[in-house]
Design a protein around this ligand. Structure first.
Ligand code: AMP
Ligand code: MG
Length: 403
């Protein structure tokens, strides 16, 4: 059976081989948080565009501003001022952070290391050429590539696009993710369930996780555990880039998802992963659509989506697959788990300023959504460890929606 790392790698390989072209659309840079850039953006000019002071102080010739030197202050330059005059020899000019340093000045002395009396400025320590100045073009040159196609746009990337004047940009269309739950016991969330029915919470978490991962959810409701209903609704899902099913992938008599997919022409890349929860997870392709069959227990669905569907959304959306963002923390309570599978247990990660800690939470297994609402992470218990004593360092998979 594949480990979760192997299964995830397989998702990345298979989706990367997809011949699908990623469609693009224009967007305002202010609306593009989380989108994938679908063009190259180049610098419109040098950055910084002028020699920029990084401090409030005095622009000087370093050689003239040694310890106990005194210079005449001939003016002031604030951020945004036009600077054309060179600094006259034997003088200094007061300068503010972000302002252009005049030509022939080669250093800025912080105001804290000077003393001023009238127009005389006394310097207290040696001055090094270049200090407190960022040279024109030292961050980037005009024409350099600022942002590459395929980058996911976070706040820093958006700020850089804005800095170089890319107010409107081309981004990749988000992959469309059809979401289909299965089960005779499942009723829409707007209905009152019968005594032995449950509300379709998986459709809600899957829509949320799809959005969080950068996909466009296409909710298809619920299919009964019957070949005809499943086939018809899977057919609908096969119109999208990805189809995510919940439930119906275990060994039960009414777990029909795999066989129905097969009858519709699916090939499978894996149908089990050595994890708990989430062991019967299925990944394959049916026609041009990548298909995930996730186990129906709500926490299994959530964990397997984060591990396996997220990288598929990245790749089919034109980006590189994100890293698995594991953190490390000191375990607060001894854990005993069955060996052979990697366990993902709900935990509460806490950093109080010393070293990060993680508290395992009480839970009733993979149906227990309530326990997960107290968790901000999953504690990863490796397959070869069944006892982990309190105090040992463990890996932690953050819930990226709440941490
Ligand atoms: P399955 O994987 O189909 O065997 O489902 C396992 C269990 O997960 C079921 O017995 C339900 O309790 C639960 N479950 C299945 N589908 C959903 C759903 N859409 N929403 C919430 N819980 C579900
Ligand atoms: Mg079921």
């Amino acid at each position: 059976m594949l480990s979760y790392a192997e299964a995830r790698a397989l998702v990345v390989v298979r989706t990367t081989q997809s011949p699908r072209k990623v469609a693009t659309l224009p967007k305002k840079v202010t609306d593009a948080l989380g989108d994938v850039l679908a063009q190259e953006i180049r610098c419109d000019r040098d950055y910084p565009p002028f020699n920029r002071s990084t401090r409030d102080g005095y622009a000087v010739r370093a050689a003239e501003a040694g310890a106990s030197a005194q210079l005449k202050c001939v003016g002031e330059i604030k951020a945004g001022d036009t600077v054309t005059q060179p600094l006259p020899p034997g003088s200094c000019v007061q300068i503010m952070t972000g302002a252009a340093v005049p030509t022939s000045a080669d250093a800025v002395v912080m105001i804290e290391f000077t003393e001023r009396a009238g127009d005389k400025v006394a310097f207290q320590r040696a001055t090094t050429p270049g200090q407190n100045i960022v040279q024109k073009g030292s961050e980037a040159r005009a024409g350099d590539v600022a942002l590459r196609s395929g980058m996911r746009l976070g706040y820093a990337e958006l700020a850089l696009a804005a800095q170089v004047g890319a107010a409107e940009i081309l981004v990749a269309r988000s992959p469309r993710v059809a979401i289909l739950s299965t089960g005779d016991e499942v009723v829409p969330i707007t209905e009152t369930p019968g005594p032995f029915h449950i509300r379709n919470s998986n459709s809600v978490s899957l829509v949320a996780q799809t959005r969080l991962a950068g996909g466009e959810p296409v909710p298809l409701g619920n299919a009964l555990d019957r070949v005809d209903d499943l086939s018809a609704k899977i057919e609908q899902g096969l119109k999208e880039d990805i189809l995510v099913l919940s439930g119906g992938v275990s060994m039960g008599k009414y777990d029909l998802v795999e066989s129905v997919l097969k009858s519709l022409g699916a090939e499978f890349f894996f149908d089990a992963v050595a994890i708990r929860p989430g062991k019967p997870t299925v990944f394959g392709r049916c026609r041009d659509t990548f298909v995930f069959g996730l186990p129906g227990n709500p926490v299994s669905t959530m964990v397997t989506f984060q591990l396996f569907v997220t990288p598929a959304i990245d790749v089919l959306g034109g980006a590189r697959a994100r890293q698995v963002p594991l953190l490390e923390a000191n375990l607060c309570k001894t854990l005993h788990e069955k060996p052979g599978l990697t366990h993902f247990l709900p935990g509460c990660f806490e950093w109080t300023g010393i070293s990060p800690e993680v508290h395992p939470l009480e839970w009733q297994g993979s149906g227990d959504i309530a326990a997960l609402t107290n968790a901000n992470c999953f504690i990863v218990v490796p397959a070869d460890r069944h006892n982990i004593p309190a105090g040992e360092k463990v890996s932690v998979l953050p819930r990226l929606d709440v941490i």
